[in-house]
Ligand binder design. Structure first.
Ligand code: URA
Length: 293
């Protein structure tokens, strides 16, 4: 706190309450950081040997880039460079490493280990836990949301907060629970303050959820909300148009899995009038599971 703007305890408490209500619940550093001045990607840390499946070797890693000083913190820092296209282009080296780690995982346990060892997504560094999955990996139905929130980050499990409780009720309505369904997210680390994951972060995490779906090999996939549907069904259509219509998720090995895009439970908590639409979508899922035996 600067001497020029003294704040008393009550002002500070008001300010903190404001931050909390705005979803800002992570204190990272004392001073602001100009992220546009930091375009150098962090080189991935070496994978511990134990996480590479026996008989498989990792291809050589791309050469590490020398660290660049954070110019924005130096006393005579030149004006920050304007954001360039390269600041928003996915880091291809990290995405390639994620693809390689995902493909070399032959079981869900290996995939979880590879994800836990992966340092290429900045979200990992503000999250408390990797949120890998909950439920039964042998289930016929797999549900995929967007990204963990605060409760999920604390528990390390997907959909355990308010929207998770609604999801449990929606599952129960078609005779399912977490022993007969498998649940995961496109992004396995909580974005700070529950902000929307960037396209960059989504592209880096995409290989992991795609491999997770491939390893679970469910009969039916349910996309909870627009980000899950767009990422996994290769479409830019909005969720209100997509929902209720069967689509197909095709795995890397070419398996076609029927997918039902539906409304995200968090959206339904804000827009309860649309619960009837999600109810229809879940009835479709129930019918498809019956049809597929
Ligand atoms: N929303 C999601 O998309 N996933 C969770 O795990 C929790 C809330």
């Amino acid at each position: 706190m600067s001497a020029a703007s003294p704040m008393n305890r009550s002002d500070l408490a008001d300010l903190l309450a404001f931050y909390a209500s705005a979803g800002v619940d992570e204190a990272l550093e004392e001073a602001p950081v100009n992220r546009f001045a930091e375009t150098a990607p962090k080189p991935p840390e070496r994978m511990p040997e134990a996480t590479v499946p026996a008989g498989k070797t990792l291809a050589p890693r791309p050469p590490a880039q020398p660290p660049r000083p954070d110019m924005s913190r130096l006393p005579d820092a030149p004006p920050a460079r304007p954001p360039s296209a390269s600041a928003t282009v996915p880091d291809e080296a990290q995405a390639a490493l994620a693809r390689q780690l995902a493909t070399t995982a032959t079981t869900l346990d290996e995939l979880r280990q590879h994800m836990a060892a992966f340092d290429g997504c900045n979200l990992k560094f503000t999250a408390k836990n990797l949120v890998f999955a909950d439920g039964n990996p042998n289930a016929a139905v797999m549900l995929v949301g967007e990204a963990p929130g605060r409760d999920e980050d604390i528990e390390g499990l997907p959909f355990v907060g308010r929207s998770g409780r609604l999801l449990d009720r929606m599952l129960a309505a078609i005779g399912l629970d977490r022993t007969s369904a498998y649940i995961a997210n496109v992004i396995p680390w909580r974005p700070p303050g529950n902000r929307t994951p960037t396209p960059h972060e989504t592209e880096i995490c995409r290989p992991f959820i795609e491999r997770q779906i491939e390893l679970v090999n469910p009969k039916v996939l349910v996309n909870l909300g627009g980000p899950s549907a767009k990422t996994l069904l290769n479409t830019t259509e909005g969720i209100l148009r997509l929902r209720g219509n069967w689509r197909v998720h095709t795995t890397a090995s070419g398996v076609a899995i029927p997918a039902m895009p539906t409304l995200h439970p968090a959206y339904l908590l804000r827009t309860p009038a649309h619960k009837k639409l999600a109810w229809r979508d879940f009835l479709e899922v129930k019918a498809k599971l019956k049809e597929l035996g």
